[in-house]
Design a protein around this ligand. Sequence first.
Ligand SMILES: [Zn+2]
Length: 257
Amino acid sequence: MCLGAYKVNKERTAGFPAWKWGLLAGVIGLAAVGAAAGIRDRQNEGGRAMVMGDASEEGAPSGNMAGENEDTETKKIALTFDDGPHPRYTEELLDGLAKRKVKATFFLLGQNIEGREEIIKRMAQEGHLIGNHTYYHVDITQLPQKEACREILDTSEKITAITGQPVEYIRPPFGNWDKELEYEVMMLPIFWSVDTLDWTTKNEDQIVQKVVTKIEENDIILMHDSYDSTVKAALRIIDLLQAEGYEFVTADELILE
Ligand SMILES: [Zn+2]
């Protein structure tokens, strides 16, 4: 069980607001759907699967609905970057994001944190969302729960020590998530709906093409900030899609809406 490890983490994250605990309890059922969706998307590459149920129904512009006061014009999407931070490419990416006033989401590996604290501090200061991607990039479902907890909580602790903020979201490596862990670690999983496969192709043009031809509003795009090709592609994607009216938000905005 996580409890021993969690106590340490809980003290650090005492500021986690009560309404979010309620939210966590409320969406746990939906998160299970999301877990299945994430896995389906991996198996059926090119398929579309949303994170928390079918967001296209709730998130779609509401047309002529009278009294609708929300901003239905903006099409929101989220860029997410796993496996970092990288000592060189993450900073290049942060420079490009800052220039374009775009917020992104970074799911960090615990093993990549040491020596890169300044990069992580900068992510937080510039308004990006920082999530957990386990310590050693493990398949959480293949580990005894105690080890799985350690993978997650050790990573969160390292991040919190740098940013002063609790870590509320996890992207489980390979999209494999154990729903029971949500209660244990008090974190929500965030999956993806578009897999760029940037780490296999390392081809800037292919990554750009794949995203701009497939994109729909509320999509969560999976990339890795460990490659020059990914950084260049991500910035081109932003320029192209901003021109089409898309707004780039942190991934929590899309799953919590
Ligand atoms: Zn990964």
